[in-house]
Design a protein around this ligand. Sequence first.
Ligand SMILES: CC(C)(COP(=O)(O)OP(=O)(O)OC[C@H]1O[C@@H](n2cnc3c(N)ncnc32)[C@H](O)[C@@H]1OP(=O)(O)O)[C@@H](O)C(=O)NCCC(=O)NCCS
Length: 172
Amino acid sequence: MSIDGLVVSRARAEEAPIIGNLMQFYIHDFSALWFDRAEAELEADGRFSDYPGLETYWSDPSRQPWLFRIDGRPVGFALVNDVAHAPTPVDRAVAEFFVVRKHRRRGVGLAAAHALFGSTWGVWEAAVVRRNAGALAFWRQAAESYPGVRDLVEEDRRDAQWDGAVLRFRVG
Ligand SMILES: CC(C)(COP(=O)(O)OP(=O)(O)OC[C@H]1O[C@@H](n2cnc3c(N)ncnc32)[C@H](O)[C@@H]1OP(=O)(O)O)[C@@H](O)C(=O)NCCC(=O)NCCS
């Protein structure tokens, strides 16, 4: 699906603060899933703590920051690395993925995910925390609807490393 005005591109180093800002909204969304955990409390200044290691997405070649814009305005981001949530190694893992609420449910996420898949051939992974049912439906749809996806497997994991679904598939 193509979305008018949507551009999905690698974020430049000077765009790191934009992702830092969007991260606040992302953590706010996740805080609703973590109502019974200590994580995702606001600091005294009314912000969530900065995302640890965000700057490594511009220095570590195995990591990639992506920005999604519509007509030049930021509407989402993705952080991609190669850290698997299951014992099977992967080439690319979607560490974080976000679309702002105003632009949800009109295909922005799908188009952005497909742009990511199109950037690198190999084994991809998307891991989804158990409570994030909407995201699980989204990633199933994103993988199943991309023409280059093969060998899609979905594992339900509950161990020290991960509690939720891990989707793995080959692109290319
Ligand atoms: C998950 C997220 C990225 C989806 O982005 P989006 O742009 O709204 O997704 P799309 O419009 O491309 O959705 C494509 C399809 O995915 C599925 N889907 C997306 N969001 C869904 C939801 N909340 N509940 C159920 N299905 C959903 C639907 O099948 C949808 O197609 P439809 O709208 O025709 O029914 C967005 O809701 C988000 O940023 N959520 C908060 C952060 C998050 O959970 N990120 C994922 C971490 S693993």
